[in-house]
Structure formats: structure tokens, C-alpha cells
Design a protein around this ligand. Structure first.
Ligand SMILES: [Ca+2]
Ligand SMILES: [Ca+2]
Length: 253
């Protein structure tokens, strides 16, 4: 009987350890589906964004799980007239990748790289070596390639897509100057009337006001936080946001 109890206790222990191990494993699983995929991919981050007319925001172009990365050509498109791209922060991202003075970009200026008339961004960047050590190392891992600053200039929806047609295609290259096979994940951005927080979308009404009320006085770190209730995108929901929703109350697209 004593032996039987002992066996039962041991069995229970094994089950408990098994459950704990499973829970631990679950918490260690990647956060999103795309991140669990094998191979190299490039993506628009965040993949989906909702902001308001007049807001400025940043969209990252990120490469994941890349090996021996040495060059990149990007062709990114959006709907002109909805978004205006104001900066690509190329110096920041490329210095982080290969080091200061260890890369070359073409076109040289952001004004030439960004074309808001047709909604296209294009650039070609390659790492460059120095004549003496320390030599530039090809990059392996995950990296942000661009931080595109956008201003929302009209209401509507647009994709932010990788383009693979025309003079500039989206190409990742390795240190042997071969293309790196990868998957591309595009993004979408929706621009709304300021204060159009919830359904019905296209109208600012009592439903939106109610949502703002629930999030009132919250900040990015507090529990009642709702990013869309922060209409002016300054990190808190306060009287300034209430003023905007009041001004747009009853407005439709
Ligand atoms: Ca609404
Ligand atoms: Ca605010």
C-alpha cells in the first residue's frame, strides 16, 4: 500500500512536471505566425496600422533571419495623396548594420529616394570594405533597414508594399553578391477622420466619444489605455483629444 502510494505520488510528480514543461514551452513560442517561419523574410512593421488625418508615424522595414547580408535594394510603394513620406532615417539604420562610413547608398539624398508624387521609395545600399583591418563584417540576424516617417495627408486606405517590378526591385544580397531568397510581407495603413475610434467607421459619433471617455486620463503605460483614443498621438488621452473629437463630431467621410 505504501509502495502503491509512492508510485502514485511519483506519477503525479511526472504529470505536474510535464504540465509545467508544456506551459514553459508555450511561453517560449514565437509571438506571431510569421516569426515562426523558417528562412529569411522582409516585412513592414507594424503590418497593420490605423491612424488619423494629420498624424505622423513611423513604419519600419525589417529583415529577419538573414545570413551574410551585404547589400540591399528596396522598392516600396504606397498610395500617393494618402501618405507623405518625410524621412527614411537611412543613416541611422545602415550605421547600425555595418558601421559608420562602411556602406554606400544610391540615390544619395532622401529627396531623391522618396517620391511622394507617385508614392515610391527606392534605394540601393551596399556595405563597403576598408583598405585595412578592421574589415566590415557581413551581417547575420534580424535588422531594421529603414524607418520611414509618414504624415497622413488624406483619409483612406493604402498598402505599403514591396515592389519587384521596374528599375529598382526589392533584392537582398549576400557577401558573394548573390540574391538571398526571402519572403516579403506587405503592410496596410488606414487613415481616418480624427476621433473616428470605433464602428461605424467613417462617422464620428457617440460611440467614439464613449470610447474616449473610457480611456480618459490614461497614458501609454496605464491600464485603460487605448491608442486610438489618443487622437493627437502625444502619449495620453486628455482634453486636447476631447477638443479634436468635439470639432469632428457628426463628421462623415
Ligand atoms: Ca466612428
Ligand atoms: Ca493625446
Amino acid at each position: 500500500m505504501v509502495q502503491k502510494n509512492k508510485v502514485e505520488t511519483e506519477t503525479k510528480k511526472i504529470i505536474v512536471v510535464g504540465i509545467l514543461a508544456t506551459l514553459l514551452l508555450l511561453t517560449m513560442l514565437p509571438m506571431s505566425v510569421s516569426q515562426s517561419e523558417a528562412g529569411t523574410w522582409i516585412s513592414v512593421e507594424p503590418p497593420e496600422k490605423i491612424r488619423y488625418l494629420g498624424n505622423t508615424f513611423q513604419t519600419n522595414i525589417t529583415v529577419w533571419n538573414i545570413s551574410d547580408f551585404w547589400s540591399v535594394q528596396l522598392n516600396i510603394t504606397w498610395t500617393s495623396g494618402i501618405l507623405n513620406c518625410t524621412d527614411d532615417n537611412l543613416d541611422q539604420t545602415m550605421n547600425a548594420l555595418w558601421g559608420i562610413n562602411r556602406w554606400l547608398a544610391w540615390p544619395l539624398t532622401k529627396e531623391e529616394r522618396i517620391n511622394n508624387t507617385i508614392g515610391v521609395y527606392k534605394v540601393a545600399v551596399t556595405a563597403k570594405n576598408t583598405t585595412q583591418p578592421p574589415y566590415t563584417e557581413p551581417f547575420s540576424g534580424n535588422a531594421t533597414l529603414l524607418k520611414l516617417n509618414y504624415t497622413a495627408i488624406d483619409i483612406g486606405q493604402t498598402n505599403i508594399n514591396f515592389s519587384n517590378i521596374g528599375e529598382y526591385k526589392t533584392i537582398l544580397g549576400n557577401v558573394d553578391d548573390e540574391p538571398i531568397i526571402h519572403t516579403q510581407y506587405n503592410g496596410t495603413v488606414e487613415i481616418r477622420i480624427p476621433g473616428d475610434i470605433v464602428l461605424p467607421i467613417g462617422l464620428v459619433d457617440a460611440n467614439d466619444l464613449q470610447k474616449l471617455g473610457k480611456a480618459y486620463n490614461s497614458t501609454e503605460t496605464s491600464s485603460g489605455w487605448l491608442a486610438l483614443a489618443d487622437i493627437n498621438d502625444d502619449g495620453d488621452v486628455d482634453a486636447n483629444d476631447l477638443v479634436i473629437i468635439s470639432e469632428n463630431y457628426g463628421h462623415t467621410v
